[in-house]
Design a protein around this ligand. Structure first.
Ligand code: GRF
Length: 208
């Protein structure tokens, strides 16, 4: 299966997915990377490996990058992308792409949705909010992406404790470690066609 990965940052989740592809655990390959930040670590990592990096959204100053229609056309028609993986992409996803990749686009969020999601909840803000709330558990969520931010159906979650002397850095590290296991396992299930939808639309992963 052909995968498109969207990144804005270091891209450690993308690397975990790439490693799982190389080990044969994910029956797919990263066909293309999309970013709003062409100099971010994830984009550089991809270019170093000869993976094409596309820019979205279009940059007003230089006119570099793709429009929403061009993005959909490129991924779907030109690159034959089967699944879109949002791995720390910090810009809005155009509704055209949500429609084109309904049930074929997933995002990773570093907290247990539906708590700690929505506007402004990204990066360290999430872990700070977790800490301030006093919850004793947190962890990553992988969910399908629809037109409403952080509201798509949950595919998988993992749970880690919040310890008494944690700061937000410690929580982030513990969650990220689980992200690197959880996200590849969901991508593996997608590529194996092991994700089923219950009648109410809730996705379930069938074990191998
Ligand atoms: C992760 O914490 C992910 O949950 C969030 O953005 C971060 C991306 O990290 N959506 P990386 O770029 O994969 O290292």
């Amino acid at each position: 299966r052909a995968l498109a990965v969207f990144v804005s940052g270091g891209g450690s989740n993308m690397r975990a997915i790439s490693d799982a592809c190389e080990r044969g655990e994910v029956k797919g390959r990263i066909a293309v990377v999309v970013t709003n930040a062409p100099d971010c670590g994830g984009a550089r990592w991809a270019r170093d490996r000869g993976i094409d990096v596309l820019i979205y959204p279009k940059k007003k100053a230089t006119n570099e990058g793709l429009s929403a229609d061009e993005l959909v056309r490129t991924l779907k028609d030109e690159r034959g992308v089967d699944y879109v993986l949002l791995a720390g992409y910090l810009r809005l996803i155009p509704p055209e792409l949500c429609r084109a990749y309904e049930r074929r686009m997933v995002n990773i969020h570093p907290a247990l949705l539906p708590a700690f999601g929505g506007k402004g909840m990204h990066g360290e803000n999430v872990h700070k909010a977790v800490l301030a709330s006093g919850v004793r558990f947190t962890g990553p969520t992988v969910h399908f992406v629809d037109e409403e931010f952080d509201k798509g159906k949950i595919v998988a979650q993992a749970c880690v404790p919040v310890l008494d002397d944690d700061d937000h850095f410690a929580i982030a590290e513990r969650v990220l470690e689980q992200e690197h296991r959880l996200f590849p396992s969901v991508v593996a299930a997608l590529c194996d066609d092991r994700v089923r939808f219950r009648e109410d639309g809730v996705p379930c992963i069938i074990d191998r």
